[in-house]
Design a protein around this ligand. Structure first.
Ligand SMILES: Cc1cc2nc3c(=O)[nH]c(=O)nc-3n(C[C@H](O)[C@H](O)[C@H](O)COP(=O)(O)OP(=O)(O)OC[C@H]3O[C@@H](n4cnc5c(N)ncnc54)[C@H](O)[C@@H]3O)c2cc1C
Length: 480
């Protein structure tokens, strides 16, 4: 009873007083947070106080003939009081607003590059916050499907923090943000965005307010479970988007050393992961529905060069078919991959690389959307004043082709972030800058090969062959 009374009088009632004061004094805030939840909480705290009084009166009246009955009741109320305390603490957080001039939601490549551009253009300490779901400072994501998976000398943070992959190779370690007065809120997911009141709510209830918002939430990996593929929840089926996914994959690769890997998808991630798995001595099969891999980008001739190269490395290619289900062993680990064409593949590890989906849910119904992304103008301004979108989530005008596009590539993530910050800073000085002039540019690497793609895929390809056969030591060619 002593413990219970001290929880109530020393902690819970103090918290109640604090929350009551803030709740009733700040009407503006009470409009933002879940009003009803707080009202219920206040009334529950009132309720537990009255119940304690009743228990005390009952004790005085010697109502408890058995001490076990009293003990049980006190235990119940102590548990209740502790739960109320916990909820109350998270309610109090809701009143502890954080104010920033600029907030970036998302802590990936675009966020890191935007931060750099802010510091170049002039940033005062405390003006900028980055809120990121990931637990680490912005890093160069492409590493995850490449050197992060190498058997020897694998890349690990802090070696590939933004902007190490960029030409300028300035690595922004967590201390860099501290030195520049930028607040990094890591492991912090924004769960609600109210653009009308310029308010963001994060998972622990804390509220952030901004003058200018940059949306840089990137994409999420599309999963086979999204389509209800049978057995797709099995253990050792991996996806690759964030560093935590890569860590899971690396653990899986260690558990199933030199086993059988099935890579699903013949795009960027599929090709890079397949080559990394082969370098790790896995027996690798690739499955993709298209007639050749990198179908949207490679011409048949380029694809046939790479497909032969992959086959010569021992990777089996299953084209023109899709996965329809998985079978598992008794320990729920994936064992068999079933294909639509009736073939079955044995698997110790499966990696699914079937594309990404832009993370726009937080802003649905509040901003104009296009092609699944957030529509912007050539300065990355959205339809809402003072709200910008950059990187994977932005659908922006491509000046040279006269159309709107959404681009999931690192070069665009970097450049769009820089351009948006340039536009923000210029407008603060009453100036403006030119519209983003984007030349599409993509790149990738497998084994000891790499390629760069510039522009658009139109017309008949012309090939300028140098040493084009995969068996030559340094094959090289250009396609126009
Ligand atoms: C494995 C892999 C390899 C790739 N390789 C290449 C390549 O070789 N070449 C190439 O051009 N492109 C490549 N890409 C694509 C490239 O990495 C992306 O286009 C780029 O990362 C986009 O940058 P971004 O900042 O828009 O998004 P991201 O870098 O994805 O960052 C988004 C961030 O926002 C966070 N976030 C999302 N929602 C919330 C929320 N509600 N609250 C808080 N934080 C949130 C995410 O956790 C993440 O940290 C690769 C992508 C992957 C996954």
């Amino acid at each position: 009873m002593k413990v219970l009374k001290s929880i109530i009088s020393e902690e819970l009632n103090r918290l109640k007083k604090d929350i009551e004061l803030k709740f009733y004094a700040e009407h503006r805030l009470s409009g933002i947070i879940e009003k009803e939840e707080v009202i219920n909480w206040l009334s529950n705290v009132k309720g537990i106080n009255s119940e304690i009084q009743i228990i005390e009166q009952d004790i005085e009246k010697h109502k408890y003939l058995l001490s076990a009955n009293l003990g049980k009741r006190v235990d119940e109320k102590t548990k209740e009081a502790q739960e109320l305390l916990q909820t109350g603490r998270s309610h109090r957080l809701k009143f502890e607003e954080k104010h920033f001039k600029y907030i970036i939601v998302g802590g990936g490549i675009a966020a890191g590059h935007a931060a750099r551009e802010f510091t170049r253009k002039g940033l005062q300490p405390g003006e900028l916050a980055i809120i990121s779901k990931e637990g680490v400072a912005p890093y160069e994501r492409p590493v995850l499907s490449k050197s992060y998976l190498f058997p020897n000398g694998a890349a690990r943070l802090p070696s590939f923090h933004v902007c190490v992959g960029d030409d300028e190779k300035e690595r922004q370690l967590p201390q860099w943000y501290v030195n520049k007065g930028i607040e990094l809120f890591l492991g912090t997911e924004v769960v609600k965005a109210d653009l009308a009141s310029r308010t963001l709510t994060v998972a622990n209830g804390r509220i952030f307010m901004y003058r200018i918002l940059i949306i840089a939430t990137g994409s999420e990996a599309i999963k086979l479970t999204d389509f209800g593929v049978q057995g797709a929840h099995a253990k050792n089926i991996f996806h690759l988007r964030e560093i935590s996914d890569a860590d899971e994959l690396v653990k899986g690769m260690k558990r199933k050393k030199k086993g059988k890997a099935v890579v699903i998808g013949g795009g960027y991630i599929g090709l890079e992961v397949a080559s990394a798995m082969r370098i790790n001595d896995f027996e690798v099969s690739m499955v993709y529905p298209e007639p050749w891999f990198m179908h949207g980008l490679f011409t048949p001739a380029i694809a046939s060069f790479y497909e032969k190269y992959f086959s010569d490395k021992g990777i089996k290619l299953f084209k023109g078919t899709v996965v329809v289900g998985f079978e598992t062993a008794s320990n729920e680990e994936v064992k068999i991959v079933k294909l639509k064409n009736g073939q079955v593949l044995l698997a110790d590890v499966v990696v699914v690389g079937i594309g990404g989906r832009p993370l726009t849910t937080l802003f649905k119904g509040q901003v104009q959307e296009e092609q699944g992304g957030i529509k912007t103008n050539g300065l990355f301004r959205t339809s809402v004043p003072d709200v910008y979108a950059v990187g994977d989530v932005a659908t922006f005008p491509v000046k040279r082709y006269g159309d709107l596009r959404r681009v999931e590539h690192v070069d665009h993530a970097r450049k769009s972030a820089g351009h948006a910050v340039g536009a923000i800073k210029a407008s603060e000085d009453g100036k403006s800058i030119g519209e983003y002039d984007y030349l599409p540019s993509f790149n990738s690497s497998y084994f000891d090969l790499s390629w760069c793609f510039y522009g658009d895929n139109v017309g008949e390809p012309m090939m300028f062959w140098d040493k084009s056969t995969p068996s030559t030591t340094k094959p090289k060619f250009v396609t126009y």
